[in-house]
Design a protein around this ligand. Structure first.
Ligand code: FMN
Length: 152
């Protein structure tokens, strides 16, 4: 099964989390593509089936620079993606007014476009605690969902 991991980071935390997820997924036999978020535009993104998004938040609740172009396109999109399964890890810090704003905004938009949320978002406050456990659960649920969705 192919898993596409998209990350957006400013100082490396989201990239580290994304790489750990990549390793776990590879060890479970997934065929993994790990890319910076801006690697995709809305047309290429739409073709994906199993997606993990790992993003931090910068500025005032904004997506880091390496994800801005992608986010600007996604934000405007109105085309539903009912076959895209996803999970999302949002890194942030509660000392900022808009906690995990980037992750929350992306997830809200994906839900509006009818993507399949495989597992509740993980929101991290000031660290990356819980990302390993989330990753294990995400891969488990993804395999199950993919099995049942693809059968019907
Ligand atoms: C200048 C700056 C602005 C930030 N703005 C926000 C914010 O608006 N909301 C939030 O939840 N976290 C904010 N953060 C916290 C980061 O998202 C958090 O430290 C995260 O772990 C960084 O991950 P990264 O290394 O992948 O970029 C900000 C951090 C910095 C340094």
């Amino acid at each position: 099964m192919i898993l596409d991991i998209l990350y957006a980071t400013q100082t490396g935390n989201a990239e580290t989390v994304a790489k750990k997820l990549q390793l776990l997924a590879k060890n479970q036999g997934f065929n993994v593509n790990l890319v910076e978020m801006n690697y995709h535009n809305i047309n290429s993104f739409r073709t994906l089936r199993n997606v993990a998004i790992v993003t931090s938040t910068y500025g005032n609740g904004e997506v880091p620079e390496m994800g801005i172009d992608f986010w600007e396109e996604l934000k405007l999109s109105k085309v539903e993606m009912v076959n895209l399964r996803y999970g999302l890890i949002a890194l942030g810090d509660k000392s900022h007014e808009i906690f995990c704003g980037a992750g929350k905004a992306i997830s809200k938009k994906l839900d509006e476009l009818k993507c399949i949320k495989v597992i509740p978002n993980l929101e991290c406050d000031g660290d990356t605690e819980g990302t390993y456990e989330w990753s294990i659960k995400f891969l488990e649920k993804l395999k199950l969902k993919a099995y049942y969705n693809d059968k019907v």
